[in-house]
Design a binder for this molecule. Structure first.
Ligand SMILES: [Zn+2]
Length: 242
C-alpha cells in the first residue's frame, strides 16, 4: 500500500469504516513508514482529544449548520466534521493551530480548486507556458492578468517549477503555477486577496486531494495536489518563506 493510499484512507481507518483487509493494509504500512506513522499519530491524537471530551461536542445548531453545508460526499462531510471539531479544540486552547474552521465560501473555493486541479490533469491542459525558468514563466502572465503573480522556483528542495497557465477559481481569473514532486503535480492558484478573512490559512483534504491556503502580501494562494499531506506542507511552507 502506498503512502498516498494510506493518507486517503487514514480518516476512514480511524473511524473504523474500512473493511478488514484494508484496515490490515493501513496498519501494516503505518508500522513500517515513519512519515505515515507521524500523520497517524497526529490524527489519532486529535480524534482522541475530541472523542474524550464529550462536553466539547458541537452544539446542535452548529452541527446542523456544518452538516447543511456538506452536500457532496463522505470525505467532504469528514472534512467538515474535522473542521467543526477543530473549532472546538481551538476554542479550548488546545493549541492545534493548523486546523481552522472553513467558511462556506472557503469550502466552495476549495471544491473549485480541486475541480480545476483534476481538469488540468485530465484534459491535458496543464500548461500555457511550459518552462522550468521562472524568468520565462513570470513574464508570460504580463498583459494576461491585472496582477503579477510572485513566481519562485523550489527545484533546490525537490519541487521544481515546470510551468503555468491561466485558470479560473470562483469565477475569477487566476495564475496557475505548476510544480512537480516526482510523479505528483502541484497546482498553485494565485490571485489578489478577495477572500473572506475567515478562509485564511486552511489545511484541508477534499475528495482525497490535499489543499493548503494562505494569504501573503495581499495575494491569495491555494496549493492542491495528490501529494501526501506532509510533503505538501513542506512545499507550502517553502513557498511562504520570504
Ligand atoms: Zn507511508
Amino acid at each position: 500500500m502506498s503512502c498516498e493510499l494510506v493518507e486517503r484512507d487514514l480518516d476512514a481507518y480511524l473511524d473504523r469504516e474500512l473493511d478488514a483487509e484494508s484496515s490490515a493494509a493501513v496498519r501494516e504500512h503505518v508500522r513500517t513508514c515513519a512519515a505515515c506513522r507521524r500523520q497517524f499519530a497526529q490524527r489519532e491524537a486529535l480524534t482522541r482529544l475530541v472523542r474524550g471530551a464529550p462536553y466539547y461536542s458541537a452544539p446542535d445548531r452548529l452541527r446542523a449548520r456544518v452538516f447543511a453545508q456538506s452536500t457532496r460526499s463522505n470525505s467532504m462531510r469528514r472534512v467538515l466534521t474535522w473542521a467543526a471539531a477543530a473549532v472546538l479544540v481551538l476554542s479550548v486552547g488546545a493549541g492545534m493551530t493548523v486546523w481552522r474552521p472553513a467558511s462556506s465560501r472557503g469550502n466552495v473555493i476549495a471544491n473549485d480548486v480541486v475541480s480545476d486541479h483534476v481538469r488540468s490533469l485530465m484534459a491535458d491542459h496543464l500548461f500555457d507556458v511550459q518552462s522550468t525558468d521562472l524568468h520565462t514563466v513570470k513574464p508570460w502572465f504580463l498583459g494576461k492578468l491585472d496582477f503579477s503573480p510572485p513566481v519562485v522556483d523550489l527545484a533546490s528542495i525537490g519541487f521544481p517549477l515546470v510551468g503555468g497557465r491561466l485558470d479560473y477559481v470562483g469565477g475569477r481569473p487566476v495564475a496557475a503555477l505548476v510544480y512537480q514532486r516526482q510523479k505528483h503535480t502541484i497546482n498553485v492558484f494565485v490571485s489578489p486577496e478577495r477572500d473572506d478573512p475567515s478562509t485564511r490559512d486552511l489545511v484541508l483534504t477534499v475528495r482525497g486531494f490535499n489543499l493548503h491556503h494562505w494569504i501573503h502580501d495581499g495575494m491569495s494562494f491555494w496549493a492542491v495536489s495528490d501529494l501526501n499531506g506532509a510533503e505538501l506542507s513542506e512545499f507550502a511552507s517553502a513557498l511562504q518563506a520570504p
